[in-house]
Ligand binder design. Sequence first.
Ligand SMILES: Cc1ncc(COP(=O)(O)O)c(C=O)c1O
Length: 451
Amino acid sequence: MSETTRTASRPPAARADGQLALLGGPRAVPKDSAGGVWPIVTEADEQAVLRVLRSGQLNAASPGEPEVGRLEASWAQATGVRHCVAVASGTAALHVALRACGIGPGDEVIVPALTMNATAHAVHAAGGTAVFADIEPDTYTYTMDPHSTAEAAGPRTAALLPVHLHGLPADMHALNRLAARLDVPVVEDAAQAHGTQLDGERAGALGTAGCFSLHPHKNLPTCGEGGLVTTDDDGLHEQLVRLRNFGELAPTGARTYISHRTALNARMAPVAAAFTRSQLARFHDDTRRREPGIRAFLDRLEQLPGLHVPRAPAGRTHSWHILRLMPEPEELGLDPEHRAGLRAALHRALRAEGVPVSQWQVAPLPAHPAFRPAGLSEDAALDRVAERFPVTADVVDGSLCLQRRHLDPDAGPLLQRYADAFEKVWQHFDLIRRMAGSRPAPGWREVLRRG
Ligand SMILES: Cc1ncc(COP(=O)(O)O)c(C=O)c1O
């Protein structure tokens, strides 16, 4: 048993009871608490980067450049697919995947209302239009709802783009069935879901193509920007290779610079590829070592009344990229209208204790000015979002997220201190309830109106 496993599952030595830090009491999480560094950069990672710098082959288009191809082969194997194409970012991965699937002007692509803006931007950059679906109600999975997706589908639907949000695979069985009925491809946004599985198959192997981000804060990071596209389809692979490099064919000798379709430069830097491949050597081990600390943390939080923690439904694994925590006002003696106030009160109290909770996405994506339908007043557009995407609206207003620090495989003890802080705050819930009820906090509409 590793050190992390032992310390993570051990009950906390001393509970941080007493006065809330918000009111001048001691922090539950001392400032000098160890752990919580991500990404971790080892000497092997540094050596991998140095190897490229010293090789002189600094660009993926350099003849014989080996690093990008090696990463592609390793990730294809790790994902269980035939092909992987490395690109410049997760957004570029989505963009080239959509274009390879034939998305262009006049096409609609269904994306979830709760995701990072990149998901919808990629659709528009490909020439299509993002059409939104709500996330699943009552499940705390936060992934695209197949029923809402079916309702959003129409004659122009040309692809589905589900997001494996926070590391949990979307309900791909239902979404793939819908896509088959509509006769459209499914592009997975697996930017947050490296290595996660549905019924034994990995994210990136669950649809027509899978798109990963290698942003330094992701579970599989790079030193800068990077992305990966996976597919089993030979024809799609050929298009992906062209689309990342000005529409040129995969070089078999000297580069000809002849473009076979219009495309930009979306190549990954060899330095980035070498760094990620070095990280990949310990990725599966890190994923396994991280699990007990996170589970022990969520087990403690789950005991707190009214707080809903993420769990993987049967058949799905979770890579815990982001931990989203949802307090339900009604279960905590508050009216639903105090949802944003409750989140804000908890945010203040927990941050004072030293827990770095944050809001990941402050508004449903279809409410962002860039993605609102033309011709509607702001009020009408926001009313429509509230009506069509009620689950997303409640989640952005009401939930808090933990990002990044829990990715350190040795963060188990730090997470136990976080759990101490939550328990301490819950012991003072009367105050939280009063703060939530008395102090109106801006919800997503106000945030958008303020710009
Ligand atoms: C769900 C989702 N999709 C797409 C992206 C875009 O990835 P990148 O930042 O690598 O372009 C991200 C990145 O944060 C993401 O979280």
